[in-house]
Structure formats: C-alpha cells, structure tokens
Design a protein around this ligand. Sequence first.
Ligand code: NAP
Length: 646
Amino acid sequence: MNQITRIGTDLHALVADESMLDLALEGADIAPLLMVLVHLSGEEHWLDDVAPHINGPWNFQESVPEDLKQRVRARMKEVLRDFSLNRRPLPPEPPPGLLRKMLSSGVGGAVPEEYIPMILEEMNLGDSDPKTVRWRTKPANDVLAGFRAVIIGAGVSGLSMAIKLQEAGIPFVIYEKNKTVGGTWLENSYPGCGVDTPNHFYSLSFEPNHDWPDHFSKRDELWKYMERLADQYDIRRHIRFETEVTAAVYQEARAVWLVSTCDASGREETIDANALISAIGQLNRPSIPDFPGLNDFKGPKFHTARWDHSVDLTGKNVAMIGTGASGMQVGPSIAGEVGHLTIFQRSAHWAVYNANYHKAVGAGKTAALKLIPFYAKWYRFQLLWASSDGLHASLHADPDWPTPDQSLNETNQKFREQITEYIRGQVNGDEALMRKVVPPYPPYGKRMLRDNHWYKMLTRDNVDLVNDPIERITADGVITRTGQMVPADVLVLATGFDAQRMLAPMHIEGRGGQTIRELWGEDNPRAYLGITVPAFPNLFMLYGPGTNLAHGGSAIYHSECQVRYIMQCLRELLESGARAMEVKQDPHDRFNEYLDATHAKMVWAHRGVGNWYKNKAGRVVTNSPFRLVDYRAMTEKLDRNDYVMV
Ligand code: NAP
C-alpha cells in the first residue's frame, strides 16, 4: 500500500471518531497544524492570521491566542471531513510561492531558498524516499550476483546502508561485533541514557516513528527503533552477529578487499568484498584514561558505555569521572539513589535548557502524528529547522571581538550571558558553585549539552563537584592533586571515547600495502567528504573523519547524505563495469584544506578549549565545520571526475 493511500485510510478512521479527532487536533502543535491546514485547503490567509504569533520553530516559541488556535482547529476539522466524505485525493506539494511562504511562516523566520530542496527531501511529502538512488541502466543479474558489499557495524548507519543496498538488489553482508543491532544505542545503557536531538527528527527520514514516547526519548526506545528497522526490512538474515572485522587487505590484482573476521568463539574467516563500507561510527571504543592506580580500585568500576547493571548503587559512595554528554545524563539519574555522588570535573561544559527535554509526547500529539495527513511531515520540518543550521553563523569568531577568550562575537556573548543567568537560577545563586560550572571558554567550544537537571543536582546535599585534578586512584577511592581523599565504593568512568583513532583497532591495508595507520598516524584521519580515501579503493566510510556535527543537526541526517553518495558510487561501479574506484589525491587534498580552513574560524578550534574533536596536535579531526545544507550539496551528486575508475 503506498503512503498516500495509507494516509487516506487513516483519515477516514480519524474523521469517523469524533473524540479521537478532537484529541489529535488539541494535541497537535499549532504551527505544523497550521501548515497542514494551508497545505490541504490552499487557504493562504491563515498564514497571515497566525504566523505573526509564531516566534521560532520550537512549540514553546509560539504565542498564538487560544481563540485563534480554536479557529484553526475548527477549520481543520471541516477540511478533514470534506476530504474524507468527498473522497478527495490528498493534494501534492504546495506550489512554490505558497510553499516558501509556509516554510517561513511555520518557523517564525525567513527560510532561505537554498534550504528548500533539503527540506523537501527531509519532509518526504511523496510516496517514496527522494534520496533513493535509482539505476540508470540496471546491471545484469549475474553482475549484481557477483558483487558483494561488506558493511561493518549494524548501528543506524549500517542498517540504513543495508536497506538501500537491498532496495537496489546489491548483495551485502554485515559484520556486527555485538549480539544484536543498535550500535551506540545498544552499547550505551547507562542510567538516563537518551538522545538530545529531538526524536521526530533523529530517525531516518524515510522511516519515521510516530510512537516516540518522549520528545527526546531514552535509549531503550532508540534501540527498539533500530530493532524494528532490522525486522521490518528483514536485514537480520544478512548480519553475522558477534563477529568482528579484524582486518581488511586490498588485493589490487583482483580489486577486492580480503576481509578477515573473528567470531565470539574465536573462529577466524576471510571473505572477499568488492566494496567495504565502515559503519562503525566514531564513538564505539571507550577511552579509559591511564590514571595511576586505576587497577588497584577494589570496588566495581566501569565505563558509561559498558554499564554494569548487576551493581546496585543504592546507598553507595559513587565517584564519577567526567562531565560530558554521558556524565550529564548519568549524574542526575543516579543522584537520588546513591548514598553520595562525587563528580570529578576536569573542565566545565556548557549546557542549555530546552523546555521539551523532559516532556512526554501526549496521546493527542501521537494521534496527530499518526492520523492527520502531513502533520508528521510538517512537524519534522519544524524540528529540522529548530535544531540544524540556525546557530552555525554565530559559531564563527569575529576577529575584532574584544573578549575572544570567553566568547566569539556578539551573539555568542549573549548566549554566554543567557546560559550563565540560567545556571545562576538553577544553583540558587551559589557563586562558589558558579565559579566551578560556568566555563571560561565560549559556548559551543565543546559539544553543547542539554541540561538534564544537572545544575539542580549539584545543589543536593549528597552530591559534590570536585574540580581538583585527579592525582591517582587507590583501592578505596580517588586522591586529588591537593591531597583530598574521596572514598568510593563504585567508580564510574564517564570519560568518553577514542574518537580520533578512526577505524581502530582494525588493520586496514590499501593499495601498495599502505595501512590506514601509516597514512593517518594515530589520530589524524582525513577523507574526501569524510567518505573516501586515496589509495584505499572501494573503501567507504559512514560517519568518517570530519563528519561529526557539533553546531546542530543529527548524525542520522549526515548518515543519510553519505548513504546516498555511496549508493551513487556503487551505481557508477556496477553500471560502468569498472572493478574499482579510487578518489584522486587532488580533490581529497583540496577538500581537506577547505575543511581545515573552515574549522580554523569555528568555535571548537578555539585555542582555550579541549574537546574530543581535536587530535593531539590540535587539529579538529572528527567534526564537520559545514552547515547541513552545504554538506548535502557536497554529497548530493557524485562527480565521477573526482575518481579514478579501474
Ligand atoms: P566526552 O564528551 O568526551 O566527555 C568525557 C568527559 O571525561 C569529559 O568531561 C572529560 O573532561 C572527562 N575526562 C576524559 N579524560 C579525563 C581524564 N584523564 N581526567 C579527567 N577527566 C577526564 O564523552 P561523553 O560524555 O561520553 O560524550 C561523547 C560524545 O558522545 C558526545 O559529545 C556526544 O556526541 C555523544 N553522546 C551523546 C549523547 C546524547 O545524545 N545525549 C549522550 C552521550 C554521548 P574534559 O572535558 O576536560 O576533556
């Protein structure tokens, strides 16, 4: 059944159920509902009436008077009834002029022309995914059957790659080190673990989920979503679980990768891959700092990504090291249960408030997402706009800004002041605590966190924040440089990941016997568009070097851009009859020069900031400095001239 028919069926059910219709209309956010009304009815005047009360893309940024909301809902009811009773087909995409006006009205600000293709793709108003790469001349069955792609990792990127390969009829196998799918959302199960990108945007554009229980759902729901993807698209039969790829060596004469694997029982195998696609992500190998005495600690100790659920924290003295995104979620989730929580902070992180962060999605909104035609699509547009490129321009340093150590420019300074005031309110004006938690560097220098009641937690009697550096760990606790001994029964390492050592610990050996470590060193990865590397033919990366997002957006958005690009590469290979494609040095180098030069102006390259984006030499290696709209444009169409085909 295609999407339009399905929407139509749901619409009849909705209109037939008056109480459900009222629930959905009441629960729907007014801005996307307004968009649906205009989309279905073509009645443009509603934009003039309502849009002046929409002050931004988040639902808490609208101040639409209640009587006006009721008028929108009442008219919406009439329109839905008309569509249902008269069996009217749902309209296509609004005409360009109206569409432009709707986009800007819906988010309370001008939406530039350059964003329209990206938005339309993300909203996916039609019957099929506009990012799908279709054959121009479908290769013969035996050509396809003789080709094999190997995907490493069954997280969201690996699954999304697999879905697209399957659609195109390209054979593939996935190797996954864990027992099941989910990647980061499987491995991270620490208390409070959840997403901090709005969920209805943090999901595949072609596979929305209308059942997210929260606006920012927790790990179990995200993992369930990945499990559902694997089942729905019947991907599991292609996955070799509990099997790690240990090495891949390019065989130039045959133009294949010889991929070595090792399963849970230690059995080793090799397999040929025509294309090798890494979907291992950047954040899958925990970083365990080399604290003196760490192994002497006699109680349980574990990294956040390897949470030991057998350990009962009730009443225990817990020491947690690290205050990044993981620590921010763990701390407040366990503070009420433990006896005492001591948090070791090496440097403070900025964290912002979001009114939806702890809010459940009500039954009404869920009904609207499921039953009101186009509502979910307009809602997705709003969230995309709310959490993507809006801040990008404000993260560039103004060379004339007088206080470059603490902020970058006027907007960034305002941001600093607003967050500082917010923190002051949360800690009840405790200036000693303020001095510890307000970072000296500009907001966004490290990944911006969402306040998970962190500051309030710090005011609890059973929580201490220690910013004295750690000297060593003993059998019973942690000793700081000033000699303070903090007793601990349990040690939690919220110390992040080895993100810069990309593709480790695999041995990847390209053309001419060169290994990826020889090329990149320990921590200096580079790739063209974050995807391909000279001398490593037919090797593709999802979430590779220079693709992590730090200004906004969603890793899933980037991953979908990369999947589309890789699908075009494979189409090129298979249609042309070439055996291998290798990115040329020149475009690769030019891209990386541009990447580095763009980073140099951005906040995360700021000299006063330590973050996991930089390597030891200070080069930002994990992140993209580009707006989403730019990265989309760079990856939208493969330029065959960038590659040598053999
Ligand atoms: P992280 O941001 O790298 O934080 C690691 C923390 O450990 C930092 O506070 C760091 O201090 C500290 N640390 C590291 N080594 C240390 C040492 N030797 N001594 C003392 N402190 C040390 O790691 P994370 O919190 O796991 O987050 C990593 C990334 O995962 C995030 O940025 C995000 O992209 C993703 N993530 C997302 C979510 C979400 O969506 N909600 C949740 C978790 C993780 P410094 O700051 O001084 O380096």
